[in-house]
Structures are given as C-alpha cells and as structure tokens.
Design a protein around this ligand. Structure first.
Ligand SMILES: Nc1nc2c(ncn2[C@@H]2O[C@H](COP(=O)(O)OP(=O)(O)OP(=O)(O)O)[C@@H](O)[C@H]2O)c(=O)[nH]1
Ligand SMILES: [Mg+2]
Length: 240
C-alpha cells in the first residue's frame, strides 16, 4: 500500500493509478483526506443515469462518452452494479457493455458493487464521486439501477438526474408510483426504435403535467444503441 502523502501527490499530478488505488481503499472504508478540485473554467458536471435493469443505461453511457470525447471533454464513470445473486460482487455486465478506447486518458471507468446498500447506491459512491470531481474530470456519469423509492437517494449525488424508461414495459406507472419522475431533471424514452415509444412519451408528458411538482421536465426520445438523440440529450443536460 502506498503511503498517503505519496498517493495524494501522484493524484495531484493526475496519475490514474493513484486514483484507482484511492477508490479501492475508500470503497473498503478507509478515510483519505480529499484535496480541493483543481481550478477549472467549468466545474465538473455530475450526471446520474438511472432506470430499471436492461433499460440501456450502459449503452447510453457509452454513447455519451463518445459524444463528450468528440467535444474534448474528459469523463469519469461510476457504474453502481446491482448485487449479483451469485457472487455478491459486481456484475461483469457493465464492463463488457460499456466500450471505449482503453488507451484514452480522457475516460476513466469504475464499477462499484452496491452490496445490497439501501437505494442501490453503494455507501462508497458518494466518496467515489467526490474523488472523481477532485481529479478534475469535466463530466462524471453515475449509472445506477432504479429499484424503487430508495433510488431517490441518487438525487443528492448528482447535479442532473436522467431517468431512462423504455417502451411497453409498464415502467412508467412504476416510476410514477415511486415518485422518480418527480425528481428526475430529464426523462429519456430509450429504445425509441421499438414500437410504443411515442405512447410512453405521451403518458409521461401527461403524468408530469398532473404531478405536484410542475417543473418543466423534458422528455426526450433516444436510441442509445445507434446514438440517435444522444447529442440532443447532452444539449438538454448541459443547458440545465
Ligand atoms: N432496440 C434497442 N436496444 C437497446 C437500446 N439501447 C440498449 N439496448 C439493448 O438493451 C440491452 C441492455 O442494455 P444495457 O445498456 O446493458 O442496459 P442497462 O440499463 O445498463 O442494464 P443493467 O446495467 O444490467 O441494468 C442490450 O442488449 C442493449 O443492446 C436501444 O436504443 N434500442
Ligand atoms: Mg448497465
């Protein structure tokens, strides 16, 4: 194990291996003093991507990485994996599905096991987010599975919360019940290549009109698997 002063010095020099070691140590509960974020023209924007299992969150994260890199923005990703019923560890799924150039220094990807923590958010997620912000990424994306009311916990972790729903799954009713559509800043109807996308979109728009929180929550159609709508989504996020 590296001594803390050395680790922090390497971290300050933007050494990704130091970042990785810090995240591992923080995840197992060690407290390491967090340095101030470097001076940036724009502060880091932290964006939460939530939705039920298989909604296309990782695919969208991959699409956003591509879009953000093409604009010269660096990206740190935290993927909060659901507890695996088999091993209790992180599922490999996210690491397999999110593809990016491993040699690209502008992207950093990290999976955290949620280990059954309430809210589907690992206790260490907040700390990990803070370290990615301190590292100075332009954008930090937090992928987390939506599993009901506890998911609202993600709200406090991010500047912008994006909720993914998909056509014909009945999810929209569930999200409404869970109050998630009221805390989301943006709602994405992903898999808009599938039938029923417009119907779901209309249902969401009317549910939002009726909701107690009468904020203007944009509902966007996206097809993450082709990248359709990803640029428009980023425009909406960065204009928030
Ligand atoms: N038709 C269609 N399929 C999609 C789209 N986006 C993602 N998928 C597919 O949906 C499946 C699940 O995608 P993921 O990105 O792994 O979904 P996820 O929400 O990250 O899944 P978990 O992390 O396991 O909850 C994959 O087979 C994707 O190829 C889309 O826009 N259209
Ligand atoms: Mg995923």
């Amino acid at each position: 194990m590296t001594a803390i002063p050395e680790l922090l010095e390497r971290f300050a020099n933007r050494d990704r291996r130091a970042l990785a070691e810090i995240l591992t140590r923080v995840e197992i509960g060690e407290t390491i003093p967090l340095p101030a974020a470097p001076a940036q023209t724009q502060p880091t924007r932290v964006v939460g991507i939530t939705g039920s299992g298989g909604a296309g969150k990782s695919t969208l994260v991959a699409g956003l990485i591509g879009h953000l890199r093409s604009r010269g923005l660096s990206v740190g990703v935290l993927a909060c994996d659901p507890q695996s019923p088999v091993t209790g560890g992180a599922l490999l799924g996210d690491r397999i599905r999110v593809r990016f150039d491993p040699a690209d220094e502008g992207v950093y990807f990290r999976s955290l096991s949620t280990r059954g923590a309430p809210g589907g958010i690992s206790a260490a997620t907040r700390a990990a987010r803070d370290w990615l912000v301190a590292f100075g990424f332009d954008v930090v994306l937090v992928e987390t599975v939506g599993v009901g009311q506890d998911q609202i916990a993600v709200r406090d972790l991010v500047d912008t919360l994006v909720l993914l729903v998909t056509p014909n799954t009945g999810d929209e009713v569930q999200w409404e019940k869970a109050g998630l559509i009221e805390v989301a800043d943006l709602i994405v109807v992903n898999k808009s290549d599938l039938p029923g996308a417009d119907r779901v979109r209309h249902q969401l728009v009317s549910a939002l009109t009726l909701s107690a929180n009468a904020r203007q929550v944009p509902v966007l159609n996206v097809t993450a698997s082709t990248g359709q709508g990803v640029a428009e989504l980023w425009t909406a996020i960065s204009g928030q």
